[in-house]
Design a protein around this ligand. Structure first.
Ligand code: THU
Length: 141
């Protein structure tokens, strides 16, 4: 097996474990996300819902916010791996795409896996023309 595939299989196994931790009593849609660092370390996240539905947080953002809280150097993130326990492969929601665009480089691979298959993108292919704002050079009237 290639190194890429063995890293992906490891990340998928961790994403399966992360999905099992999801708090998703409202949608029953469990998601796990794993950030793999260049040195092989990983940070996991799951979705966490709320009875006030709009407060729910997706697995991808949980993983990224955890990495930030742990003081991880975000430039070391080599890959994002997502897992949903289903036959279909799901793509990340728009909010997570914008958050990934904030913290990850455009070329970072984002791979969604399921029991039925997998799909590969990059941060910029998921969200071309992401909103960016350069506060240093912005002048309000
Ligand atoms: N969800 C994720 O965790 N990641 C996504 O990219 C899409 C949606 C979660 C949010 C909510 O808890 C549930 O899936 C159903 O939308």
């Amino acid at each position: 097996m290639s190194e890429f595939n063995s890293n992906l299989q490891t990340a998928k196994q961790l994403a399966i474990k992360a999905a099992a931790q999801a708090y998703a009593p409202y949608s029953r849609f469990k998601v796990g996300a794993v950030l793999t660092l260049k040195n092989g370390d990983t940070i996991s996240g799951c979705n966490v819902e709320n009875v006030s539905y709009g407060l729910s947080n997706c697995a991808e953002r949980t993983a990224l916010f955890s990495a930030i809280a742990q003081g991880v150097d975000l430039t070391e993130i080599a890959q994002v791996t997502i897992y949903t326990p289903s036959d279909e492969v799901y793509s990340p929601c728009g909010a997570c795409r914008q958050v990934m665009a904030e913290f990850l480089s455009a070329e970072t691979p984002v791979i969604s896996t399921s029991n039925g298959g997998e799909q590969h993108w990059t941060v910029s292919s998921l969200l071309p023309h992401a909103f960016h704002f350069d506060i240093e050079n912005y002048r309000a009237d």
